[in-house]
Each structure stands twice: as C-alpha cells, then as structure tokens.
Design a protein around this ligand. Sequence first.
Ligand code: 5HY
Length: 246
Amino acid sequence: MHIRVINPNTTASMTSAIGVAAQRVAAPDTRIVAVNPADGPASIECHFDDAVAAVGVCEEVRRGEAEGADGYVIACFGDPGLNAARELTRAPVVGIAQAAFQMAALVSARFSVVTTLARTVIIAEELLHRYGNAALCQNVRAVEIPVLELEQDMVAAVGRIIDESRRARDEDRAGAIVLGCGGMAGFEQEISQAVGLPVIEGVSAAVKLVEATVALGLNTSKHGDLAPPPAKCFSGRFAHFSGGEA
Ligand code: 5HY
C-alpha cells in the first residue's frame, strides 16, 4: 500500500519528522511517501495560512494520483483542504485532526486537545463541531509555542505540553489527550507516560485509519459533494487546473 503523507507547510525538516512518525506505525507492506508543497507557508498558524496551504494540499494530491497513491494523510491539525482533496481522488483522504478525534473517542469518554497557539484554538473547535466530536471534547488548550519553535527546543516544548496535559487531566477531567500539531508527532509515548493518560497523535492515527479504509476496500464517495470538480477555466497561476479532473 502506498500512502502519501502531505505536510501542508513548506518546512522540509518537519516533513521528514512526520514521515518517520508515519513509517514507525505503518504496516510492513505500507510505503509512506512524505511530501510538502513547494509553494506556501513555512508553518500554518492562522486562517490565511490555512487557506493558502489548502491549494498546496490539492497540488500534492494531484501528484499522488499521477504516482498511484492508495491513500492520503493531511498532516496539519487544521485539516486544510480536506474536502477539496477528497474531490480529487477516489482514494481515502484522512486529516490528522479528524483521525485523532475519532481515535480519542474510541479510548475515552471525554478528551482534551493540547495545541500550539491560542489563536488556532478556534480552528480546532470548528473542526470538532464539523466532525461531530464537540460533545466529547472538554477543552482545547494552547501551550503558546509557535509551530516552528517546537522543533527548535523540543525538550522544553514537551515539558510544556506535559504540564498543560496534566492540567487537562486534573481540571478538565479529560480521559485522553489529543496532540494538536503534526510537529508533535513522535512524542506521544513520552507524554503519555508522564501524564498517565492515553495520548493520541494525529499522524499515526491517520496512517492506521487510511490502512484500515483501504483494507476494507472503501473509497471516497463520488456521489454528491465529493464528486470530481466540474470542468471549467482557471486563469493566471491556476491555469493548470483548467479542464476539470483538476
Ligand atoms: C500543524 N500548523 O499541524 C498546525 C498546527 C497548528 O504548520 N502544522 C502546522 O498550530 O494548528
């Protein structure tokens, strides 16, 4: 099975860390291809970043279709361009936020999210409502660490994520913690041991959900809103999208 793991920001070091975390949990016969768009934001920390990154995600799905990918992971906690990407392929496309919420709902009656910046909390809250997980989520907390600073001092960052997760355990009475950034991939076990709760990391959860969906022979529905985009003319730098089947 060939899974294309798309880091929607353009930071290659983060893409390789995400690729390592994905390959670590993948089945032996699953090939992980971790990529990021050439064009776009170095990190995604607001609605504008999210909007620009969504086009990069669609470009990478187009490339994946040309390379025969069996499934896709969108490895940013805003799940940028998720439904647009699903229009472009029959293969399953899973966002790490949706995957982590679903997995948390399997191992806890209520969970909290620990993400990067306070200004991105609303993005996670909107997704919780869109995916129908809001009733199970007690709180979305932020450690106020910019995305790219996570990898600059990971020891300090993990320390602050552990502190915030302990507060979620004690104050939110959360039964599980969802890590709210692709850049936190690989640290879930250390945090879980320190906090004493299941800690769900979205890249790993999404890879396993794509594998399960493909193994069940399920594809993205082409009936209704996720049907291929209607053919039309795109102009300027988007002219290459012209002609439908973008
Ligand atoms: C992410 N940004 O997973 C989100 C995290 C966030 O560049 N990768 C990013 O703060 O929303």
